[in-house]
Ligand binder design. Structure first.
Ligand SMILES: *[C@@H]1O[C@H](CO)[C@@H](O)[C@H](O)[C@H]1NC(C)=O
Ligand SMILES: *[C@@H]1O[C@H](CO)[C@@H](O)[C@H](O)[C@H]1NC(C)=O
Ligand SMILES: *[C@@H]1O[C@H](CO)[C@@H](O)[C@H](O)[C@H]1NC(C)=O
Ligand SMILES: *[C@@H]1O[C@H](CO)[C@@H](O)[C@H](O)[C@H]1NC(C)=O
Ligand SMILES: *[C@@H]1O[C@H](CO)[C@@H](O)[C@H](O)[C@H]1NC(C)=O
Ligand SMILES: *[C@@H]1O[C@H](CO)[C@@H](O)[C@H](O)[C@H]1NC(C)=O
Ligand SMILES: *[C@@H]1O[C@H](CO)[C@@H](O)[C@H](O)[C@H]1NC(C)=O
Ligand SMILES: *[C@@H]1O[C@H](CO)[C@@H](O)[C@H](O)[C@H]1NC(C)=O
Ligand SMILES: *[C@@H]1O[C@H](CO)[C@@H](O)[C@H](O)[C@H]1NC(C)=O
Ligand SMILES: *[C@@H]1O[C@H](CO)[C@@H](O)[C@H](O)[C@H]1NC(C)=O
Ligand SMILES: *[C@@H]1O[C@H](CO)[C@@H](O)[C@H](O)[C@H]1NC(C)=O
Ligand SMILES: *[C@@H]1O[C@H](CO)[C@@H](O)[C@H](O)[C@H]1NC(C)=O
Length: 561
């Protein structure tokens, strides 16, 4: 049995819990008022789209919302699952329609188009009104993407019991927009290959909590599952098998599915480290390939990094990144840059000879390499994204101040990045790594392992602005949880990620409870329970958060209750 730490703060927080529930909403809207009226959905409930030339992804989203309204059938999380609500429902009004419209004079674009704009141009806000007198609900936004977010909220309002779909909290007045423009989820498809359908399911679940960026760490030293038209040998020799390759068609499916679900795909090809799998097709391009002991040359086996002193390799990497980036609709592309291992290069005769004879440093060589790859990306209209070492460990003149830097090593590192003037995406391993605590996968190391499991509650305490001055805070674009896949594959993807990844989704959409009250896990738990049960109703293998006895009695299992 686990022991609980006694914390006086918890007692204090109970008093701050939202009075009236609106339990099922996640992330909680920024501005929200609810009432106490019961309201039923008409069996003939219709959603009308008052948008001229409605784009097909909006039409699909409306259809999907109808499916959810019909099929979610989420029983309220109380004893009896809504059996006691029938009395309240007997006199309730019925609502028969929701009307979607855009604000005056807006240009109509597809959801996908809006989702892939630069972060500063993405408009995701919406206004949702659900009266309690039986008149139609209305949803208004400035973009189809905003309408999509509003539909997502609408679908979370309703419970089901005995054939009735209803809420007990009408009327609703919701005016919502995200606190941060970047709200991501990261997935590594190199340590394990994830079939396309498991990625599409992940995109579905992301859309349910308004996550807007799929950070796809597609390649690494272990395998190269990405088919690249100009470089087919990479996947042919670098993938685990011919079946474990994302074909052009697969990639297009993922991109268009993501776009239609309001999600931008930020692809990462990690360079010059984490690139050993390139050596399967191009052995001459890789330093310390398969060198042992691996732990001297790489964070993980197998060792191998791009020989960035060789002009042909710089040229190759630049063309490769360009080939991939030009097929990506996103405005962003990540070149990685984490964990570059100096010993790998210094022990590599080709690199070492070059450094000695030209009297250059690894830092200088990395600068030239980065200048080449980033210039090409900028030429394609992409904003480069890199991991934190690129600004904290190396002194590069080649990084434009437009570069976006992802934290990962520690939540303490953001301030130093901000000091250098870069914009930041927060992905600190000590709060947001979903693989921590899975135990050691290194053979012959019974006491090893990567950290302790990070609970949703702990992730949810993360403050993306901690230790930052006001001007530094302005550089924080948002953040994400991420799954490194050493010990994850399709079989445990959903239970490992959900509902935990909803924690960062709310931190970066809502930032606070309505009215500016700080987020706190005690208030959040019943809402997250609703989300988790709804995810299960929609077929996702999201894991339980508590014994069901507690799930059916909100707050009964809080400490001191
Ligand atoms: C729903 O529509 C059907 C026919 O389409 C009609 O028979 C029924 O009366 C309608 N129900 C309500 C509650 O309006
Ligand atoms: C709506 O979705 C359902 C189920 O996915 C599908 O069978 C139906 O054809 C769709 N309808 C429209 C109008 O797209
Ligand atoms: C609701 O009804 C069930 C029986 O269906 C009963 O056991 C339970 O105590 C009731 N819950 C409340 C909160 O009234
Ligand atoms: C919309 O455009 C019309 C015609 O250009 C203009 O008269 C009206 O003021 C505009 N409305 C808004 C809200 O901008
Ligand atoms: C549409 O944009 C205008 C201008 O930014 C803003 O005032 C309005 O609240 C927005 N409407 C919605 C529904 O978000
Ligand atoms: C939400 O309410 C606050 C004041 O409480 C206001 O400043 C803000 O503009 C509102 N946001 C929206 C989207 O209406
Ligand atoms: C790099 O590529 C360009 C064409 O893109 C070619 O002209 C040049 O010779 C290449 N340089 C090296 C060192 O391979
Ligand atoms: C490069 O210089 C270092 C330091 O002087 C030396 O240890 C290393 O062996 C040299 N490498 C080559 C390939 O000459
Ligand atoms: C190598 O570069 C360093 C610093 O840039 C300089 O001090 C040193 O004299 C150079 N050595 C040679 C042999 O050029
Ligand atoms: C970067 O600059 C700092 C400060 O001058 C220095 O301490 C550090 O060693 C440099 N790093 C590299 C890789 O050159
Ligand atoms: C990048 O390289 C180009 C020439 O290829 C050079 O003109 C430019 O100054 C370099 N930029 C930086 C920031 O090093
Ligand atoms: C980068 O620097 C330019 C020129 O100083 C400035 O206009 C721009 O706002 C900066 N961009 C960022 C993201 O700080």
């Amino acid at each position: 049995m686990a022991r609980f730490n006694v914390s006086g703060l918890l007692v204090l927080f109970v008093a701050l819990v939202l009075p009236s529930g609106a339990l099922a909403l996640w992330p909680i809207p920024r501005n929200l008022t609810t009432g106490t009226s019961a309201l039923k959905l008409d069996t003939n409930f219709t959603i009308s789209v008052n948008v001229s030339d409605s784009p097909s992804d909006l039409v699909d989203a409306v259809n999907q919302t109808k499916q959810y309204l019909e099929n979610d059938r989420l029983g309220r999380l109380v004893v009896g699952r809504g059996a006691n609500d029938t009395a309240a429902l007997s006199g309730a009004k019925t609502i028969s329609g929701l009307t979607l419209s855009l604000e005056e004079n807006t240009t109509v674009n597809s959801i996908a188009y809006e989702a892939r704009l630069k972060l500063e141009d993405r408009v995701e806000g919406y206004r949702l009104t659900i009266p309690n007198d039986g008149s139609d609900a209305t949803l208004v936004a400035n973009t189809t993407l905003g309408l999509y977010r509003g539909l997502t909220t609408f679908s979370q309002i309703w419970y089901w019991y005995g054939g009735e779909t209803y809420t007990l909290e009408a009327p609703f007045e919701i005016a919502d927009l995200p606190a941060y423009p970047y709200r991501g989820l990261g997935l590594d498809t190199s340590r394990h290959y994830f079939p396309v359908d498991s990625i599409l399911r992940t995109l579905d679940a992301m859309s349910w909590v308004k996550i807007n960026t799929f950070h796809w760490h597609v390649t690494d030293s272990q395998s190269w599952p990405l088919y690249v038209v100009e470089y087919p040998d990479l996947a042919q020799y670098g993938a685990y098998s011919a079946q474990q390759v994302y074909s052009e068609q697969d990639i297009q499916n993922i991109l268009s599915y993501a776009g239609a679900h309001g999600i931008d795909v930020l692809l990462e090809i990690d360079t010059p480290g984490h690139s050993g799998s390139i050596g399967s097709a191009y052995p001459d391009y890789i330093a310390c390939m398969y060198e042992t002991p691996w732990s001297s040359y790489a964070g993980e086996p197998p060792a191998g990094q791009l020989r960035m002193t060789v002009p042909e390799v710089v040229n190759f990497t630049t063309s490769l990144l360009s080939s991939v980036a030009k097929t990506m609709p996103s405005s962003y592309f990540s070149t990685g840059g984490d964990e570059i291992n100096s010993a790998c290069y210094l022990d590599d005769p080709i690199t070492s000879t070059y450094l000695n004879t030209t009297n250059t440093t690894l830092n200088g060589v990395l600068d030239t390499f980065t200048n080449s790859t980033h210039s090409a990306l900028v030429g394609l209209g992409k904003t480069p994204v890199v991991w934190e070492e690129m600004v904290l460990e190396w002194n590069l003149t080649s990084l434009s101040n437009e570069t976006i830097v992802m934290t990962w090593i520690s939540s303490q590192d953001a301030a130093a990045i901000a000091d250098k003037g870069f914009r930041i995406v927060q992905a600190p391993s000590n709060y947001f790594y979903l693989d921590e605590g899975q135990g050691s996968w290194v053979g012959g190391d019974p006491f090893g392992g990567s950290g302790t499991f990070i609970t949703w509650q702990y992730a949810y305490t993360y403050d993306p602005l901690a230790n930052l001055t006001e001007s530094q805070q302005a550089l924080v674009l948002g953040g994400q949880q991420i799954l490194w896949a050493e010990q994850s594959a399709a079989q445990n993807l959903e239970p490992t990620v959900w509902p935990r990844a909803a924690a960062s989704a709310e931190i970066f959409w809502s930032a606070t409870q309505p009215g500016g009250i700080p987020l706190n896990g005690t208030e959040a738990l019943p809402r997250l329970q609703d989300l988790r049960y709804r995810m299960v109703q929609r077929g996702l293998n999201a894991i339980p958060l508590q014994p069901e006895w507690c799930s059916l009695r909100p707050h009964a299992c809080d400490q001191y209750s």
